[in-house]
Design a protein around this ligand. Structure first.
Ligand SMILES: [Zn+2]
Length: 316
């Protein structure tokens, strides 16, 4: 996800309670989003799969005789735009929805887009969070109405067969969040990464306040590498899909960062001392994206806290 899209009404935005000064960005750096100005860019990925990109929790659709399978419904104010973008591709109804994880830009328009007819599929933990309500990015997400809740949930993996496509769902534990689903379209050779790779080729973010972790993100990226070949498109939350080379580079960078930060921890360094050691300095030119809150120092803090097992105070 892209932080500003979840920061609609915040006066200050905190990534996670334990991230310290770097985590809480002044509202001026995270402007209120005017969804009316956002456009959805539709990209044909082949074999009936389309990317609906809006610089937030990007969606995928699979279109065929069975209707529409939709991966992620976006935030509630974007629901009509998602509907309109689908209508430009097909007049078939949405029959199946997959929510990839517990950030509001991935399930916020469930009720409107399911419209009382589509089956909603997600990991067990996502339904649990949505039913009870939870906190993400210091924003309280109230309990979802029954019509928005996933009705089919799974624990480790699930396979769906839709319009001749085999859609595999995999749950990497404690990766971007604790409720992630990697969605693999076999025929189309497309994977939705559920936020486990960075948007626009940037640093990936793991949301420890929602049960994410560095180790789990590496496992998720390894899982996607095991599914990918040199033509696979990997969908992040924003930007063009990544290729397998970018995914492999991300995985290798995270493994190296983990080793460097673990060494600093083993040497008894504090979090601030670890940041001062600049373990990301040869990565930042490649992985820091303009306007993204995940800087090299933020990555170091996230890695340090994840490896130390710090539990953010916002964990419900
Ligand atoms: Zn996310």
């Amino acid at each position: 996800m892209k932080l500003p899209l979840l920061a609609v009404a915040a006066t200050r935005v905190c990534v996670a309670a334990t991230l310290g000064a770097l985590s809480c960005l002044p509202a001026v750096a995270q402007p209120r989003i005017d969804y009316s100005t956002l456009e959805i860019k539709t990209t044909d990925l082949g074999s009936g799969v389309y990317l609906l990109g809006w610089q937030g929790g990007d969606s995928l659709i699979l279109v065929g005789d069975d209707g529409v399978l939709l991966v992620d419904t976006s935030v509630a104010p974007m629901g009509d735009k998602i509907k309109a973008a689908i209508a430009k591709v097909t007049d078939k109804p949405i029959n199946l929805i997959i929510n990839t994880h517990a950030h509001a830009d991935h399930f916020g328009a469930n009720e409107a887009l399911a419209n009382g007819r589509a089956t909603i599929v997600a990991h067990d933990k996502l339904r649990e969070r949505m039913a009870k309500g939870f906190t993400a990015f210091n924003q309280a997400i109230p309990p979802a109405p029954a019509a928005a809740l996933p009705t089919v949930t799974y624990t480790d993996a699930m396979t769906l067969h839709f319009d001749g496509e085999t859609v595999q769902l995999f749950h990497p534990p404690n990766a971007h969040t604790d409720s992630d689903t990697l969605v693999h379209f076999q025929r189309a050779n497309v994977i939705h990464a559920s936020g486990t790779i960075g948007g626009d080729g940037g640093y990936p973010f793991f949301d420890m306040s929602s049960g994410g972790s560095l180790a789990g993100t590496i496992v998720a990226e390894d899982k996607m590498l095991s599914l990918a070949d040199d033509k696979t498109r990997i969908v992040a939350d924003e930007g063009d899909p990544a290729g397998t080379e970018t995914l492999r580079a991300s995985r290798d960078m995270l493994v190296t960062l983990r080793a460097r930060v673990q060494r600093l921890i083993d040497e008894g360094k504090s979090e601030d001392e670890a940041v001062a050691a600049k373990p990301t300095k040869d990565f930042d030119a490649q992985w820091v994206r303009q306007g993204n809150f995940v800087t090299g120092d933020t990555m170091t803090r996230l890695a340090y806290q994840s490896l130390k097992g710090v539990r953010p105070q916002t964990t419900p």
